[in-house]
Design a binder for this molecule. Structure first.
Ligand SMILES: [Zn+2]
Length: 348
């Protein structure tokens, strides 16, 4: 069968027939960051990007403001919802998004400049290696290695975008990595992990005194998260397990012997707030009927509706795109962006 959508349909439908509730763990009644029981619901939503079936809830801790998926997905559930996102059917689309993030890659690379000249840099959650490829231009003498659970990181090594790839879990590989690097970066990585504090423990374990840890995360305190609600792209359900306020991250780093030497809020803004909101609404109005996990068949009417909605909607996307450019201009000069960066030094 040549059509990759149709070819995947039987296996997805067989999985869905068993229900998606089995992909969720029991709900927890304590905050995974601070242990408080003062929890309230922040957002109820669904998979607005891929449109795979399932309902997801983000809860917020009243004590520390941490936001997390509750109940959270099991490892099998994560496997189900990640499938065909960064690879397979979704690879082409995510590649476009990664290629469009040049400004972010530059900002991350140069943040270290006032503080250190890196010798060996490990990017955790390196994906296809886009960040390292850009960072090499800023730091041509630095060795860049990448770690990821996906085969993408091996492809990055084959392309020459990274020098060496590690395939696996950062926490499990920490012993092997200890003492090898003077910079570790985690860009839009921690929010995807099940236990972000364990990841920080691992970073503290492998980095020697005087080395640096660079972390970029979506900013759950962005006012757009409140204004746009479930249509705010960075909620990114069901992939994002944790949305970490910057003050929580800085304190957790201090607990592990790191001092924050620079924090960027507006400067880390990624843009696209209104563009992605409208795109998600268009996807909701007319998802691609060929998607193999939709429970409905790709009838002629659904194909026609998809064609018509996108024929009208795609040109309209230019309006939020232009507004985003204006907004980004303002937000990069304030503290109100949709992402933040923390650069921390390991104390001696
Ligand atoms: Zn808490």
């Amino acid at each position: 069968m040549n059509d990759p959508f149709a070819a995947r349909r039987p296996s997805y439908q067989a999985e869905l027939a068993r229900g998606v509730e089995r992909f969720l763990e029991p709900r927890r009644d304590t905050c995974p960051w601070c242990g408080s029981t003062d929890l309230s619901i922040r957002l109820r939503t669904c998979d607005l990007i891929q449109r795979k079936p399932g309902r997801f809830t983000l809860e917020q801790c009243g004590a520390c403001r941490h936001i997390f998926q509750n109940p959270r997905l099991t490892p099998a559930g994560l496997g189900f919802y990640y499938r065909d996102f960064y690879d397979g059917l979704g690879e082409e689309m995510t590649e476009k998004v990664f290629n469009a993030a040049g400004r972010s890659y530059r900002g991350r690379s140069t943040m270290l400049k006032p503080f250190a000249r890196p010798t060996a840099w490990l990017d955790v959650g390196a994906g296809h290696g886009h960040f390292c490829q850009h960072a090499r231009k800023v730091w041509p003498d630095t060795v860049f290695d990448g770690l990821d659970q996906s085969v993408s990181v091996d492809q990055a090594q084959l392309r020459g975008w990274i020098d060496h790839s590690y395939r696996g879990e950062f926490v499990a590989l920490a012993d092997e990595l200890a003492g090898r690097y003077d910079v570790v970066s985690m860009h839009h990585y921690l929010e995807h992990t099940r236990e972000p504090l364990d990841e920080l423990d691992a970073a503290a374990k492998i980095l020697p005194a005087g080395s640096h840890l660079l972390i970029e995360l979506p900013d759950p305190e962005s006012s757009f998260g409140r204004v746009l609600g479930r249509w705010w792209m960075p909620w990114f359900q069901p992939q994002h397990q944790h949305m970490i306020p910057v003050h929580n991250l800085v304190r957790a780093l201090a607990d592990r012997g790191f001092s924050a030497v620079a924090i960027e809020r507006g400067a880390a803004h990624q843009g696209g707030e209104l563009f992605f909101s409208l795109a998600l609404a268009l996807i909701a109005a007319a998802p691609d009927p060929r998607l193999p996990w939709l429970t409905t068949e790709p009838t002629r009417w659904r194909r026609l509706r998809h064609t018509l909605v996108w024929a009208v909607g795609r040109p309209l996307l230019v309006i939020p795109y232009l507004l985003d450019e204006l907004l980004s201009h303002l937000m990069r000069r304030t503290r109100g962006g949709n992402a933040y960066r923390v650069l921390a030094r390991k104390d001696g």
